[in-house]
Write a new protein. Structure first.
Length: 274
C-alpha cells in the first residue's frame, strides 16, 4: 500500500462526510458496524447510526446524501399545535408546576416539554438556587419586624380590624415592545377577600410615595406566578383575567394564614422556613 506524505490538509464538509458513510453502508451493508465505520472515517458513532437509520427508512442513498430527507425529531413530532395548547393551558392554570411532573402527565420527555416551553411558548423555567444571605444583623431585624407585626395582628387597635396587603410588580420591556422604560403595577387585597380594581402605572412614571399612596384606590392584584407575555397588552389582559377569577373565600383564607407564617419565622429563631 502506498504511503501518502505531505498531503494538503482537508476539512471535509458535512455532505462529503455523509457521502462517505453512505457509500460504505451501501457496499458493506450489515457486515460492518457503526463503530467500525466511526473509527474508519473519524465520524461520531451516533451520527453514523442516524445515517444508517435514514438509509433504512428512505431506501434512497442520494436523498440522504443531499439531505432531501430530513426526518423530524421525536420532540418536534410531539410538539403539535394541540400539544402546545395543552401545555399552555396547564401552566396557565398552575405556572409553578414542575417540568418533570407535567412531562410525566403528558407522557413525553422532560426535554421535549422544556423545548416547548422555551421555544413555542417563549417562556423560561427558573429554579431558586441561592437564597438571600441572612447575616446576624438581618436575622435580628427580621425577628424584630416579625414580632412587631405579630403583636399588631394579635392586638389590633380596633376589634374586627380590616387588614390590607399590598403587592408591587415591575415588568420591563417585552420582545415586541419598543418601550425600554419599566412599568410599575400595584395591587391591594383585604383580609376579607376583597380585591381592589386593576391599576397599571403609565410608562416612565416615577412611583414616589405620593404617587403610590394616591394610586392605592386604583390598585390591582397581579398573578405573581403568571407566564411571561410578549406584549404589554397581553400582560394587562392576562392580569385582568386572573383578577376576575380570584375567589373571595380563598383570598380571605390566604390572608388569614399570614399570621401563622410570621409565628413560624419567630419559632425558627430568625432562620429560613419552607
Amino acid at each position: 500500500m502506498a504511503a501518502y506524505g505531505n498531503l494538503q490538509p482537508v476539512i471535509w464538509n458535512e455532505q462529503e462526510r455523509r457521502c462517505a458513510v453512505i457509500q460504505i453502508l451501501c457496499i458493506k451493508g450489515n457486515t460492518i458496524s457503526n463503530t467500525q465505520v466511526s473509527e474508519l472515517l473519524g465520524i461520531d458513532r451516533r451520527r453514523v447510526a442516524e445515517l444508517r437509520q435514514q438509509l433504512k427508512d428512505t431506501k434512497d442513498p442520494r436523498a440522504v446524501v443531499d439531505r432531501a430527507f430530513r426526518p423530524s425529531s421525536s420532540a418536534r413530532k410531539a410538539r403539535t399545535p394541540d400539544f402546545i395548547r395543552r401545555v399552555s393551558d396547564i401552566f396557565e392554570h398552575d405556572p409553578i408546576r414542575s417540568i418533570r411532573d407535567v412531562a410525566k402527565e403528558l407522557d413525553v420527555s422532560h426535554l421535549t416539554l422544556l423545548a416547548c416551553v422555551n421555544e413555542d411558548l417563549r417562556c423560561h423555567s427558573y429554579k431558586l438556587k441561592v437564597g438571600q444571605l441572612l447575616t446576624q444583623k438581618n436575622k435580628n431585624m427580621r425577628l424584630y419586624k416579625s414580632v412587631k407585626l405579630l403583636n399588631k395582628l394579635k392586638h389590633p387597635k380596633e376589634s374586627d380590624m380590616l387588614w390590607f396587603s399590598l403587592i408591587r410588580i415591575i415588568f420591563a420591556r417585552t420582545r415586541s415592545d419598543e418601550d425600554e422604560v419599566p412599568r410599575h403595577s400595584h395591587g391591594v387585597i383585604s383580609s376579607d377577600g376583597d380585591v381592589m380594581p386593576t391599576h397599571i402605572f403609565e410608562k416612565g412614571l416615577r412611583v414616589s410615595t405620593e404617587v403610590y399612596l394616591d394610586a392605592n384606590t386604583y390598585d390591582f392584584v397581579p398573578k405573581t406566578h403568571q407566564l411571561a407575555q410578549n406584549t404589554k397588552a397581553a400582560l394587562i389582559n392576562s392580569i385582568m383575567k386572573q383578577v376576575r377569577k380570584l375567589n373571595r373565600a380563598l383570598v380571605a383564607k390566604v390572608c388569614s394564614s399570614f399570621r401563622a407564617r410570621i409565628q413560624r419565622v419567630i419559632d425558627a429563631e430568625e432562620g429560613w422556613i419552607e
